[in-house]
Structure formats: C-alpha cells, structure tokens
Design a protein around this ligand. Structure first.
Ligand code: GDD
Ligand code: MN
Length: 354
C-alpha cells in the first residue's frame, strides 16, 4: 500500500458514493486505500459498507461511538489505522476535489518533504467554496493571525487551516499531538519543525448536506491556538520568574558579604541574564535553534536586548512616577509585565528567527 486516504465523516451519507467514485477514478495507478473515520449519528456507516463492497480499491470504515477530539481526533485515528506511510486527509463532502490527490502524492514522491498542503490561497488555488463574505473574511483573518503567531513553522504554507493535506505518518510526531477541534493540520505544523510543500487547489461547494462548522468550533480553534502558542510563553514566564527570584537572592548574598549595592545589582543582573539565556536555549526555543543564527549571535542579541531593557526601564519608571500619580512599585510592576511580553516577542521573532 502506497497511499492511505483518510476521510473524517459526520453525517455525510449522501456524499459517500460520489466521493468513493471520484476518488477511485482519481487514484488509478496508485496503490491506495480509503479509510472513513466516522462519528455519524445517521446511516453513514451502512452506506459506506455498501459502497465499499463494490469499490475498486480497499475501503474501510472505523465508526467511533465516542467521538473523542472531534474532527481532529478522527483524523489521528485514521493515521493510526493507515496501512501506508503517506496519508492524505480529505473532507467527505467533496469540497476538496479528489482529482487533486495525485498532485499531492506526486509532490510527496519527490522525497524532500514531510507534509504537502493543498492550499486555497497559493497561486493557482481558489476559495470560492467559502460561500459568504463573512466566512471568507473569518478564514483570511484567522489565517493571518495564525501565521503571525507561528512565523517560523508556518512560513512555508499559505493555508495552515486547510483540511486537505498529505503527511508522512512517521515524520509528524503522532504521539505528541493533541486532537482538539477542526484544525488538525495547524496542530501538526505548529508542534514540530517539518519540511512543508504546497500544491494549489480549488475549494469547491459542498456536494450535499450542511457544514458542521459552528461558533463552538471557532471557540475550540481559539483555545487550540492559545495552548499551542502560549505553551512556550508560559515556560518562558516561569524561567523569567525564577530569574527574578535568583536576582534578588544574589543581591542579598553579595551585599551581606560586604559588596556595594550597585556592584551587587550589576553582577546579579548579568548572571541572571546569562543563566536565563542558557535555560531558554535548552527548554523554550530548543526546537527553533537549528534554523536560527549561530549560538554566539543568539547570545549577543539576547544579552544586548536584556541589558538595554534593564537600562531603559529605570527612566521609564521615573517618568511614569513623575507624570502620573502611580507609585514607583506599581510603575515597576507595569513595566515588568510589558517588558516580559516584549522580551518574549523579541526572542521568538528576532533571536530565534530562521
Ligand atoms: N469524524 C468526524 N467527526 N468528522 C467530522 C466531524 C466530527 O466530529 N465534524 C466534521 N467532520 C467531517 C465532515 O463530515 C466533513 O467530511 C469534514 O469533516 C469537514 O467538515 P465540514 O462540516 O464540511 O466543515 P467545513 O466545510 O466548514 O470545514 C472545512 O473547511 C475548513 C477550511 O475552511 C474543513 O475542511 C476543515 O477541515 C477546514 O479546515
Ligand atoms: Mn465542508
């Protein structure tokens, strides 16, 4: 078996026969199978079994009674059940033309990528199946925000939210994936640095039935995005917090040993900055290191940024205290919080930029 075609379905009975017909016709000459991963509450599984009996290639259905993880969970279940390493994921409503499957497979066959994304937004692609203007806007805005949040891992794709793609099952880190909501490709691309190529396709209208997209899915998506992105950020925060505690402890130890306050503060700040760099290298941005500049250059950027930040923050606090009624402690707290976000963004986008 060279190709497993995974079709997540939720109440798609009227689309099954047409999907299997067009897919089998499209993959003639490829040793392929179709796996439906079904969470339907209608007769979709029966229809699939009926169609499977007459199909020219192997067609299986996995019906799940507990629809764990929704669409994303279904797709992961499909990967686990697949006979081939190369797995295509395609919607069951024919919004993704099966005729594009050979394009994906051929691109994968060049052997230099782990994922091939079928993109609505690449040159030659089209998104006319996003019927109304609101959905076009939501889709484009979500894509832009998502790409901005993962500037490195999503740099090679114009359509991280597509549900039509091919993956090398052994390359994507299947075990580390958490199926949540609709956007399983985003989960795959955001968690691990993978080699990605794109193939354009035209997103069509549904053949039959209704979309299962909903406000609930939208909320799921935001939760997914936050967990994926701010997982790194919370680690960065914990390390930063430990650094602040260490800073105070060093100042205390040195001043108790008779060192002057200014000297003690400078030594504590520099030690904290260096240890902080070593820790974020090891624990936060470890997966981004090999694509970024050399360690010397990373250290120089991080070191200069943190020193500049420490120096600039003092006059800013003074300015805040003198121009408004807030206390020095409160002003310091505000600047520390702002500095934290700026530092995180600077490290994600500059220090560890590819
Ligand atoms: N097994 C399973 N479980 N399948 C599901 C579930 C579920 O809970 N929810 C939806 N599906 C199946 C549908 O039956 C269909 O085959 C496919 O997933 C896509 O669902 P649609 O209801 O057609 O959603 P859509 O057209 O709004 O969303 C499509 O476009 C998005 C990009 O705009 C999908 O392709 C998404 O994956 C894609 O991100
Ligand atoms: Mn659809």
């Amino acid at each position: 078996m060279n190709l497993s075609i995974i079709v997540p379905t939720y109440n798609e009975a009227p689309n099954v026969a047409e999907l299997v017909r067009r897919t089998t016709a499209a993959v003639v000459g490829i040793d392929a199978e179709i796996i439906f991963v079904d969470d339907s509450i209608d007769d979709t599984p029966d229809v699939i079994r009926e169609v499977a009996a007459a199909a020219a290639i192997p067609v299986r259905v996995i019906h799940r009674d507990q629809a764990t993880g929704g669409l994303g969970g279904a797709v992961l279940e499909g990967f686990r059940a697949a006979s081939a390493e190369a797995c295509v994921v395609i919607d069951g409503d024919l919004q993704h033309p099966p005729e594009s499957i050979p394009d994906l497979f051929a691109r994968f066959g060049q052997g230099d990528v782990d994922v091939v994304v079928a993109s609505r937004y690449a040159a030659g692609g089209a998104a006319q199946g996003l019927a109304d203007k609101t959905r076009v806007f939501v889709s484009k805005a979500a894509t832009a925000v998502t790409k901005a949040m993962f500037p490195i891992r999503l740099k090679d794709t114009t359509d991280p939210m597509t549900g039509f793609f091919l993956i090398d099952r052994n390359a994507i880190g299947l075990e580390g994936l958490q199926p949540r909501g609709f956007k399983i490709l985003l989960e795959i691309l955001a968690r691990k640095t993978l080699r990605v190529a794109e193939v354009p396709f035209a997103f069509a209208d549904r053949f039959a039935g209704e979309s299962k997209a909903s406000l609930r899915q939208g909320i799921h998506f935001l939760a997914q995005l936050t967990a994926l992105r701010f997982g790194k950020m919370s680690l960065f925060a914990v390390i930063g917090g430990l650094g602040a505690v260490a800073n105070v402890a060093i100042v205390w130890a040195l001043t108790s040993a008779g060192v002057g306050y200014i000297t003690a503060a400078v030594i504590a700040a520099e030690v904290t900055i260096i240890v902080n760099f070593l820790l974020i290298e090891r624990f936060v941005f470890h997966d981004m290191r090999h694509e970024a500049s050399g360690v010397g250059s990373r250290f120089a950027k991080s070191f200069l940024f943190n020193n500049a930040e420490a120096v600039i923050r003092i006059p800013i606090v003074a300015l805040m205290v003198s121009t408004s009624h807030i206390s020095a402690v409160f002003a310091t707290a505000i600047t520390l919080v702002v500095a934290f976000f700026v530092r995180f963004v600077f490290h994600s986008l500059v220090v560890y930029a590819p």
